[in-house]
Design a binder for this molecule. Sequence first.
Ligand code: OOG
Ligand code: MG
Length: 256
Amino acid sequence: MKVLVSNAAKALADARRSKTPLDQAAISGLIDLQHAYHVQLAGIDLLRQAGDKLVGLKMGFTSRAKMLQMGVQEMIFGHLTSSMSVLDGDEVRFADFIHPRVEPEIAFLMKAHLPEELDVSRITSYVEAVAPALEIIDSRYRSFKFDLPLVIADNTSAAGFVLGPWREPPSDISNLGMLMKIGGAQCVGSSAAILGNPWRSLAALSRLSSQYGIPIPAGSVILAGAATSAVELKHGDHVELQVGELGRVSFFTSIN
Ligand code: OOG
Ligand code: MG
């Protein structure tokens, strides 16, 4: 049976608030991706009613590494809100999450409203700045398991984001080294893993946003998607990402 948009959004919001993972079966009956995006938007409405503000959008599954890790084949988008924002260098409370993971990303700051679907050659002039970014994802589903409609309904697991310093986009961002350090471990990647060039992720978002009628106003922050598979966070982790010439961004998790 088709799940009611408002019931599904409420079940996901409850899981997020109570830090209790949701059984996937609780919102079975998402009939298509459009239906799943309606659940996502209803969830964003609930956040806004609680005082949250829209900050921007994020792309998901723009790298092969992420598609393989999660067994999902298509690009998706989610919403970023003010309550998810973490200041560069700050502490993140572990107790605020269920089973958080971190991803190395690149962020765009929009200079002007994106009016329509644009290709890479035209989209760059709509961007004010770029920054290194870390995304914290935290699926509201048990064992971090989902299919495409389920993860869309769950706002693409969005839970937190940290932005490094903004700078004017360099002429070429298609092959920046991305080195993420977590405690003693390292995760090495390249911005090329993001669709061959992170600008393509923004172009893909312009297509999806016109398809689903989602506005992208000036001032929006856009995450291009992870360059590597996501890494599980642990208590007391210090996470730092260096992205080529763009600079670095970091945060740490609480001890308990
Ligand atoms: C969905 C979110 C994917 C990315 O950067 O590819 C994503 C998930 O893996 O839980 O944010
Ligand atoms: Mg991501």
